[in-house]
Design a binder for this molecule. Structure first.
Ligand code: GRF
Length: 234
């Protein structure tokens, strides 16, 4: 482990297509970052595998079906150790991460959730289930959340959120598409931010909400560095 100094070695965990994994790869390869992507962990084969191969990122598949949690934990920690991983990023990883892993990586393991936690989180709230729940709700905002991973689904401390106004006529599919674009900006910015805090040996402050009111175009014009950082994480 690099511990404290950087550059930090990152493992991404994914189960599916891996568009967030791709946005993280694009970010590290487009500038001088304090972190690199050194491993993709999947519980089964999925689209992210192809992305890893074309980026030259090693892949490890750790099956979880019908296996004891302790066995999964052991395999996962061994692989993370073999690759000297400092930070774990869950990006569409649809399995429970064993507590041995979350405690070993405490403060260094993040997840991205496609809604504004604490609303629309918890068991069963993944993929289109989340977007349908948002579409069926009275909520006036949509967005994404980056949070630290704890033993409880979607309940670790929030590191950052990006929110935008919801058009009431938007379908679940339209919300999903808008939120995914937000995710692709928010996750790399949050990892930069976490690494800055680790290097400075401080607790990261929360990345405060960005509210661009109406137009998604405005999101695109904003650089991720314009996300203001103020509030202490509890
Ligand atoms: C994203 O919406 C993420 O928030 C959620 O799972 C989805 C993964 O999408 N946890 P992708 O595989 O990164 O395209």
């Amino acid at each position: 482990m690099t511990r404290g100094r950087g550059p930090f070695r990152v493992a991404v965990f994914a189960s599916g297509g891996g568009s967030n994994f791709q946005s993280l790869i694009n970010h590290v390869s487009s500038g001088d970052r304090a972190w690199s992507i050194d491993l993709l962990v999947m519980n089964r084969e999925g689209g992210a595998l192809r992305r890893a191969r074309s980026a030259g990122v090693p892949v490890h598949i750790i099956p979880t079906k019908d296996r004891e949690m302790s066995e999964i934990a052991q395999d996962t920690l061994r692989v993370l150790d073999e690759h000297a991983i400092d930070i774990v990023l869950l990006a569409g990883y649809l399995r429970f991460v064993p507590s041995e892993v979350t405690s070993r990586f405490s403060g260094r393991i993040l997840n991205i959730h496609p809604a504004l936690l604490p609303e629309f989180g918890g068991p069963g709230m993944y993929g289109m289930n989340v977007h349908r729940a948002v579409a069926d709700s009275e909520s006036t905002k949509i967005g994404a959340t980056i949070h630290f991973v704890s033993d409880l689904y979607d309940e670790g401390a929030i590191l950052g959120q990006w929110r935008m106004s919801r058009r009431p006529e938007d379908s679940a599919e339209e919300i999903a598409a808008k939120v995914l674009k937000i995710e692709h900006r928010l996750y790399p910015a949050a990892v930069d931010h976490l690494c800055d805090a680790l290097i400075a040996d401080t607790r990261p402050v929360r990345m405060v909400d960005v509210d661009v009111k109406n137009s998604f175009e405005e999101h695109r014009r904003k650089s991720s560095t314009s996300i203001k950082l103020t509030e202490e994480i509890q």
